[in-house]
Ligand binder design. Structure first.
Ligand code: OSB
Ligand code: MG
Length: 367
């Protein structure tokens, strides 16, 4: 195989419902689509799902554009390859979101040229995956309960709540009281510090499936301390950017659950490696999301079909976030279950007209 054309499309879509986490608030998203073209004419699409601001991870849409256009794409243009892993860039440090878009496009292209579904070439074994929803911080508890009610009514079996200092025990108690049996978990996006350990232990009585990333990404020791003194499993997200990070976290016993994000890990190649490692270590995994458009969402669905993804993934339907998505058909969930596409490559048609209509910047590199 040989990539003869590489294009970036910065696409802006409005969110149907404003999303607030402990660190930021979003009303629309700009993601960068990566389009790779093989000498045979086959096309592979990937998505760089970086936030606009460096609050979840250090990258931004601008930094991703810079890294992809100046380093990642020039490095693969014209180079012969026969497996996506050969295109992994080991020279560029970090910048995992940018790398993830390119890696995913290479996998989608590879699946396309072999006339196989993306899930199949990854080693996926499931034909459907269970989806959970992630709910942002709402202005009031009543508004949160309305959100939970809507998602439970839509059939989603797991709900995750974003929490922060002034929005933790109370919303959790309210949701738990209203839904005694719901698979419920919380995600702090690293807002707490060691001084909050005692406070966080108050969450232990609400039978949460996990507490996701309570402390800062590099603060593995405090995660280990919380895990030693709480019954609720601790889940890591931001802390694990590489498989080597996972090894350290395992050694420290800083987690019982791992959120694997294609974007945060730098693509499907390292995400699959993390899955294999966690499985060997007996750690449950699920696939996290970054409010992906359809292209990144389908990559998440394909990854979630691997056997170790035993907990519901953040692969809810497109309609939860976007009125119209970039793939046809849009990703749908029926009673919280998403079908793994059986068609070649990503498995859904990429809507070029919709991409063009919502593009705010474009770049094309040709061999
Ligand atoms: O920590 O999981 C997170 C969105 C932006 C930044 C961080 C996170 C999230 C989500 C998205 O929770 C959930 C989804 O895409 O369905
Ligand atoms: Mg998270």
């Amino acid at each position: 195989l040989r990539i003869v054309g590489a294009r970036l499309h910065r696409v802006r879509l409005p969110l149907v419902h404003e999303f607030q986490t402990s660190s930021h608030r979003k009303t629309h998203l700009d993601h960068i689509l990566v389009e790779l073209e093989d000498a045979s004419g086959a096309i592979g699409w990937g998505e760089i799902a970086s936030s606009s601001d460096p609050y979840y991870a250090p990258e931004t849409v601008e930094s991703c554009w810079h890294i992809a256009s100046q380093y990642l794409l020039p490095a693969i243009l014209g180079r012969p390859w026969n497996h996506p892993e050969q295109l992994t860039n080991r020279k560029v440090r970090g910048n995992n979101f940018a790398k993830a878009g390119v890696d995913t496009a290479a996998w989608a292209l590879w699946a396309e040229t072999r006339s196989l579904p993306l899930a199949t070439v990854l080693g996926g074994t499931r034909t459907e995956v269970v989806a959970g929803v992630s709910l942002g911080i709402e202005p009031t508890i009543d508004e949160l309960l309305t959100q939970v009610q809507q998602q439970v009514a839509a059939g989603y079996p797991r709900v995750k709540l974003k929490i922060a200092h002034d929005w933790d025990v109370e919303p959790v108690r309210a949701v738990r009281t209203a839904y005694p049996e719901l698979d419920l978990h919380v995600d702090a996006n690293g807002i707490y510090t060691a001084g909050d350990l005692e406070h966080l232990r108050k969450l232990d009585e609400y039978r949460l499936t996990m507490i996701e990333q309570p402390f800062a990404p590099r603060d593995l020791l405090t995660h280990a301390e919380l895990q030693r003194t709480i019954g609720t499993p601790v889940c890591l997200d931001e802390s694990v950017e590489t498989v080597a990070d996972l090894e350290i976290a395992l050694k420290l016993e800083a987690l019982q659950v791992l959120n694997i994000k294609v974007s945060r890990m730098g693509g499907l190649t390292p995400a699959r490696e993390a899955h294999d490692r966690a499985r060997d270590a007996g750690i449950a995994v699920w696939c996290g999301g970054m409010h992906e458009f359809g292209i990144g969402r389908l990559a998440n669905v394909a990854l979630s079909s691997l056997p170790g993804f035993t907990l519901p993934s953040d692969v809810s339907a497109s309609e939860k976030y976007y009125a119209r998505d970039l793939v046809i058909p849009a990703v749908v969930a029926v009673q919280g279950v998403v079908q793994v596409p059986q068609a070649t490559g990503l498995g859904h048609t990429v809507d070029r007209d919709l991409i063009t209509a919502n593009t705010v910047a474009e770049l094309s590199l040709q061999l």
